[in-house]
Design a protein around this ligand. Sequence first.
Ligand code: SAH
Ligand code: SF4
Ligand code: F3S
Length: 436
Amino acid sequence: MLQYFIETFGCQMNENDSEKIAGMLEAMGYKKAGKPSEADVAVLNTCSVRENADDRFFGHLGIYKALKNENPNMALAVCGCMMQQGHIVDQIKSTYPYVDIIFGTHNISAFPELLESHMQNRDKQLEILSDGPIAEGLPMAREFSHKAYVTIMNGCDNYCSYCIVPMARGREKSRPSSLILEEIEGLARQGTKEIMLLGQNVNSYGIKPGGEISFAALLSKAAQVPGIERIRFMTSHPKDFSDDILDVMSSYGNICKSVHLPMQSGSTSILKAMNRQYTQESYLGLVKKIRSRLKRASISTDIIVGFPGETEEDFEHTLNCIKEAAFESAFTFQYSPRRGTRSFGMLNTVPHKAINDRFARLTDMLHRIMLEKAEGFVGSTEKVLIEGASSKDSSLLTGRTDSNKLVNFTGSGAAGEMVSVNITKAQTFYLVGNMV
Ligand code: SAH
Ligand code: SF4
Ligand code: F3S
């Protein structure tokens, strides 16, 4: 019996692509291996968003060198966002000759063919396309049964000056709404309770080629699919988060009142240099509007510290905005220059020491706000979708609230069941409670 092992780096889009790669391998008769050393085919699906993502990948390639020494018949494939950059492919070809198959983000459907050719001739296979449509009709081996990713659009035309994604994922394209709804209906029939609509910029759904209705219209249709108890979506770009999205969100009980709204910076001049196309005022205005339209809304964000030219004053604007927006959660990153982006060559870099210092102050403030927000849950009863046993303590169950907060709790039930949990304690990153 042939076995495969896939390692996925990066965002949910990559995770969903890996589910498709796994689906194609299973259709070819491969079974999922428990560990990489058992694999006949190993696939590394890469992310290139920051330098440390690239570094982790190259570190992993070293591990696979040892595995291939033990099992020279193992086919090693690498794919994903890093492969869309010529200099990385060149580096792999020159320094990591034991990589057998290289493909990109636009041709994952070609993988079975590339693998077959490699298996027959034991030669190298390389195919990268500069852009292409979203592959339809691929089998998927989904990671979870209670929740599922549904890609609605792919690519990005926003060209934030620091970001590699437009290069890695190509131009924005949307899937036809009929195919998206068919996918959601199929998931509902299999008992999936929660779906996450995915795109680099979901608000652009239907604007660029492919989709024929707006994101708000799609969201409302998705909410009407019987059996889907929770709908989430990400990522929303603040510049085009429209009122009709809020109208739809407030009209359907099964659309989670949580919005991932990357702020990146609280300084209007840095936002301009980042090409984000909104200001501090318009961002905070949007947060205010979301909170007033959606009761108990949960807003999460992404923040970059140390973008070139960021002064202490700019950074203080970011801290002030965080206080004012009072985010329920945030992902924080230190600026990482990416080759091929507009900010790559900027000379006004921020010294490391200042970045580290700002980063520490930022996380300190965020964690204080997150804990305060979490403490607000204590004493309330929350609807929690069970995900399984807690990884910290197997006598506890773990699940998520509507607002995507992790809850560890006593009780019984299977993954996919919606239960009520009385919250007794709050930590920065999770809640504790008892099932009622
Ligand atoms: N489409 C999403 C984000 C995709 S990347 C959006 O528009 O928000 C996820 C996050 O990584 C970004 O929000 C940003 O905060 C961070 N990021 C992207 N490029 C980066 C870079 N060069 N350095 C540091 N952080 C970066
Ligand atoms: Fe990157 Fe900006 Fe596009 Fe998000 S919107 S993927 S940060 S270019
Ligand atoms: Fe990384 Fe590509 Fe996602 S660069 S963040 S895996 S779109």
